[in-house]
Design a protein around this ligand. Sequence first.
Ligand SMILES: Cc1cc2nc3c(=O)[nH]c(=O)nc-3n(C[C@H](O)[C@H](O)[C@H](O)COP(=O)(O)O)c2cc1C
Length: 288
Amino acid sequence: MLASGILGETAESMMRALKNGAGGVVTKSIGMEPRDGYLNPTVYSFQEGLLNAMGLPNPGMENYKQVIEKLKKESGGIVIGSIFGKDEQEFGALAKTMSSLKVDGLELNLSCPHAKGVGSEIGSDPDMVERVVKSARTHASVPVWAKLTPNTDSISSLAISAEKGGADAIVAINTVRAMAISARLRMPVLSNRYGGLSGKAVKHVGLRCVYEIYESVHIPVIGVGGIYTGEDAAEYLMAGASAFEIGTAVAERGPQVFSAVNRQLFAFMKKEHFSTIGEMIGIAHRQT
Ligand SMILES: Cc1cc2nc3c(=O)[nH]c(=O)nc-3n(C[C@H](O)[C@H](O)[C@H](O)COP(=O)(O)O)c2cc1C
């Protein structure tokens, strides 16, 4: 699937991901009100990935409705609506509106590492995670996924709280809180100073988180973080993911990444004598 925040601006851009072999798309994270995000520079790109502090820019739920309606009507594909809020009331209200748009599921952004009062600022507190998930679950008519932050000393505790709150799946990981300094300018590169690291640089953090969560909860885990190739995807499946999302690789290489990863994954399975994806899920736990 396409990860949240990449190509999620318009119905057309998300349709390009579906046409190129994505099994589904996760929209950019949508809040109650329109929001501009931070001033530029908001993205720093380097060989091992991206550092971004966009600040959750989005048109607000009311204005985004038409994007989802168009996407559902014209693509017929699987669409997961990502939402963020400051407390359980906001998450509940957004869950209700988003599910009324006939999305196939909701992803709760409990994990953006650089926005004030939302994202990981509330998603690092296990009690808050449970309350938010419970509220979204009560108001939603579709499955609810909790997307967690790796910027914590125990992502498993957050996953257990999300499961207690009624989450149908856990998504791991969002970006890793980080920064870049320009030695020449003698100052932080991003206008917000701190941002979220993604891409190749975070794959091994993501794998560790998925592996830990798989041992802690009974609901499915969806892996995301630094997947560029079919073999990266296989590693996430073996760590315990039942599905995976791709973000930075799509931003860097375009939506053709989906068909390439699918092709490489099937070639890998053939070579390694796996006949179904299910045979790979969690296998790394049985080998240790
Ligand atoms: C530019 C950019 C914007 C993002 N925006 C969001 C967002 O709105 N909501 C969210 O839950 N995650 C967001 N993410 C995080 C990604 O969905 C993903 O969890 C993370 O980048 C790790 O996966 P990757 O290495 O494949 O990119 C964003 C990531 C990037 C690079």
